[in-house]
Design a protein around this ligand. Structure first.
Ligand code: NAP
Length: 307
């Protein structure tokens, strides 16, 4: 038996939760499908300091408040892993991993991105034994230990700074001699005595001993020389890939797997929208994600009601 809605939202991060607020307030029968905890990247972010009106808040706090808001007007929150979306114009079918079928007049995909892996020997087998992609979740396991953070973007620098409250020392490894992160973050890590920067290096192997990470081998990209660095924790923050594996049957993705949308956040398939980090866009931020969610939900409402 199909579950029928006006609007299905895939993903309950900031974009999905914002869409949920706008759609349910407009009176659409709405459900958010999510395979993890609500909040998306927010729940993995220690501090949010660019949400207008609040100078600084914890990611988990903002996520929890947004979630309460997103279900306050009747929108349902449903656990589910989406494996396919079928465009049966004018209806969309949303297929879950367990075979459950949802049907809706419109779908907003707000499934976000996932952390890229280093793809080097020793990485996968040491996830949870010292290799982690979430400083907020695992940082406290590394009290007075040495940690290596890979990457020079906003994520790497923010999380490296967060980790200094636990670690004895945090080494940031970047493959060039420049960061991608915002200047304010670069300045803060420069002033932090617990942080060192290792430029022109890439990781090539992770070592373990007695079931725990014991070190990492780095290679100088200029000289090709290698060095071994002892550490207990390794946090790769080398960028993100879109969570769009369930959309490959539809003509909605660019060559990198991001959703191509118009100014209404609608794809080439009428009634299928992309909102937040999952879509092609110049700035991936909480504020731009919630904006996308609002625009997509409002347009879906107009379409469904034939306005
Ligand atoms: P990012 O900005 O794409 O940075 C990725 C970093 O990893 C770069 O320094 C890159 O080096 C490095 N890198 C990539 N592949 C590598 C490899 N194989 N080996 C070693 N290093 C590698 O990724 P991000 O920091 O995850 O951020 C993603 C998006 O979210 C960005 O748009 C960012 O602005 C946004 N974001 C914003 C905030 C905020 O505003 N507070 C916080 C987090 C994220 P190169 O520079 O040499 O390419």
């Amino acid at each position: 038996m199909e579950r029928q809605y006006d609007l299905i939202i895939v993903g309950a991060g900031p974009a999905g939760m914002s869409a949920s607020i706008y759609a349910s307030r407009a009176g659409l029968k709405t459900a958010m499908l999510e395979m993890g905890a609500p909040g998306g990247k927010l729940i993995k972010t220690a501090e949010i300091s660019n949400w207008p009106g609040i100078k600084s808040t914890k990611g988990m706090q903002l996520a929890s408040e947004m979630f309460e808001h997103s279900t306050a007007f009747g929108s349902e929150y449903v656990y589910g892993n989406v494996t396919e979306i079928k465009d049966k114009e004018p209806y969309k079918q949303i297929v879950l991993e367990d075979g459950t079928l949802y049907e809706a007049r419109a779908v907003i995909v707000a499934s976000g991105t996932q952390e890229r892996m280093l793809k080097i020997p020793g990485e996968i087998e040491n996830v949870g034994r010292g290799v982690s992609y979430c400083a907020v979740c695992d940082g406290a396991f590394f009290k007075e230990k040495e940690i290596v953070v890979i990457g020079g973007g906003n994520s790497a620098l923010e999380e490296a700074e967060y980790l200094t409250q636990f670690a004895k020392k945090v080494s940031i490894v970047i493959r060039r001699d420049q960061f991608r992160a915002d200047m304010i973050l670069q300045q803060r890590i420069k002033e932090n005595d617990k942080i060192e920067v290792i430029a022109h290096h890439v990781p090539i192997q992770i070592f373990d001993s007695e079931g725990k990470v014991s070190g990492i081998e780095l290679q100088n990209v200029l000289t090709k020389e290698t060095m071994k660095k002892e550490c207990a924790g390794i946090f790769p923050y080398i960028g993100l890939d879109p969570c769009t594996q369930f959309l490959t049957n539809l003509p909605v993705l660019d060559t990198h797997g991001y959703m191509i949308v118009d100014e209404n956040c609608e794809t080439a398939c009428k009634g299928i929208y992309g909102a937040g980090d999952v879509r092609v866009k110049p700035l991936r931020q909480v504020v731009t994600a919630v904006s996308d969610g609002a625009i997509a939900a409002q347009h879906a409402f107009h379409q469904i009601k034939g306005i």
